[in-house]
Write a protein that binds this ligand. Structure first.
Ligand SMILES: Cc1ncc(COP(=O)(O)O)c(C=O)c1O
Length: 419
């Protein structure tokens, strides 16, 4: 039996009348990330731990974790209790609560940086990092690594993106991941103009196999940046606190000048952070940057409880173990069925793709849809996430469901799977 989505469809019909695209961005069907849309639910009623229930009452084991924020588990009792306690004391107040300082102390200590600046979303802090770099260096160009995603601000886009101008992108330079020689050449050709190099700690682009840094890559990048007065920004919005609680620069053995955090910072309470080295603190104080909700206390209190819980439970080792158990199980089924499943990236943030003879990903898309219709929420375009509430039993249940989905996909394609 596969899931039916009558109430989801009704709710989507209502939504599309009053909300652009019904559900906007990649979480909705319009961007084409969830194809066929008939396989996917659109709205939930509630979530707990690692599971969510849609408006039709279907239950899903969720390996997208809100695309990152669910890190201790949905409705985590400890994080929610800290938030509730702070709600009773005040949230968005004229003067910030002292918990902002408590949070900054905890965070800077954990990630080995000298200061922390809080905003709401990932894009807020990547934008601030660019502004600080430009102000400090007096230079304008930004080096990006292809397949990047740093938010939706115009400076992150390409000129052909709707709503973006050519002028918004004219200071962008592009290099390939793990290509030190290409980076050297780009720096040489633009020597007087480069403010910063921004990259995620490993290449976790969408729709492509994810790539870890080659031996010595980050150390070479660090040296090139130092030698050429370029600010090194690590965008740890997605991978932060999933590989290491000390920041992914520490995990890969180098030191960023600026590092951004967001998704796993407060288990879904809305706060992001830019952390930096002392030499950039004065610039961070000078560039005008603030927002109506940026000093609200509830997310800070939740963040303190969240990071404390992650630390006490050795969370990153758990993510790695659960990710490995799941992907090993799926690779075993794939091996038995002769399905060319490729798993890439670190186990804590695994990316999957079924290789296809003609180089598209229709078989992969079909397998993922069969899994979703049976109660395992994975996606066909993005890395996945684990959380602290996941158990080996839950992982094994997911392997069983996804293996059944794989068998259905194989049976639908005798022309590909001849055995
Ligand atoms: C690496 C990275 N940078 C930046 C962002 C943007 O964060 P936000 O959507 O919170 O603005 C994301 C979001 O997925 C991300 O994964």
């Amino acid at each position: 039996m596969t899931y039916r989505y009558e109430k989801n469809v009704q709710t989507m019909n209502r939504a599309s009348k009053v909300i652009p695209s019904g559900v906007y961005g990649h979480l909705g069907p319009a961007e084409g990330c969830m194809i066929p849309s008939s396989a996917y639910p659109n709205f939930i009623t509630h979530a707990k731990g690692s599971e969510m229930w849609d408006v039709d009452g279907n239950r899903f084991i969720d390996f997208m974790c809100g695309y990152g924020p669910n890190v201790t588990g949905y409705c985590d009792p400890d994080v929610d209790a800290a938030a509730q306690k702070q709600i009773a004391l005040g949230n968005c107040t004229t003067l910030p609560s002292h918990v902002m300082v408590d949070f900054a102390e905890l965070l800077t200590d954990l990630v080995h940086k000298d200061w922390a600046f809080f905003c709401k979303n990932g894009g807020d802090v990547t934008s601030f990092a660019i502004m600080i770099s430009r102000y400090y260096t007096g230079k304008k160009k930004i080096i990006f690594v292809n397949n990047y995603y740093h938010g939706v601000a115009p400076w992150t886009q390409h000129p052909d993106t709707p709503g973006t101008l050519y002028d918004d992108c004219k200071n962008a330079l592009y290099v390939n991941w793990n290509d030190v020689e290409g980076l050297k050449k780009t720096i040489e050709e633009n020597k007087e103009d480069i403010a910063c190099f921004i990259a995620t700690p490993y290449m976790h682009g969408n729709f492509v196999d994810n790539e870890l840094p080659a031996e010595g890559y980050w150390q070479a990048v660090r040296k090139l940046c130092t030698d050429n007065g370029i600010i090194l920004i690590v965008d740890d919005i997605r991978a932060g606190f999933r590989l290491s609680l000390e920041g992914s620069d520490t995990y890969f053995g180098f030191e960023a000048d600026l590092i951004t955090f967001c998704k796993a910072l407060a288990n879904g309470y809305n706060v992001s952070a830019l952390c930096g080295k002392d030499f950039l603190k004065s610039a961070a104080s000078t560039v005008p940057y603030t927002g109506s909700y940026w000093m609200s206390a509830v997310p800070f209190a939740a963040g303190i409880a969240n990071l404390t819980k992650l630390k006490e439970n050795n969370a990153c080792a758990h993510f790695e173990a659960m990710g490995k158990r799941l992907t090993d199980g799926l690779l075993k089924t794939a091996g038995e069925l002769d399905v060319p499943l490729i798993v890439s990236g670190p186990p804590a943030l695994f990316y999957m793709r079924i290789e296809d003879e003609i180089g598209n990903f229709l078989l992969h898309q079909e397998w993922v849809a069969e899994c979703v219709k049976r109660g395992v929420f994975i996606t066909n375009h993005h890395n996945h996430f684990l959380n602290l509430s996941m158990t080996p039993e839950l992982i094994d249940e997911a392997i069983e469901i996804c293996s059944e989905g794989m068998k259905v996909m194989v049976n639908n394609h005798p022309e590909v799977f001849k055995k």
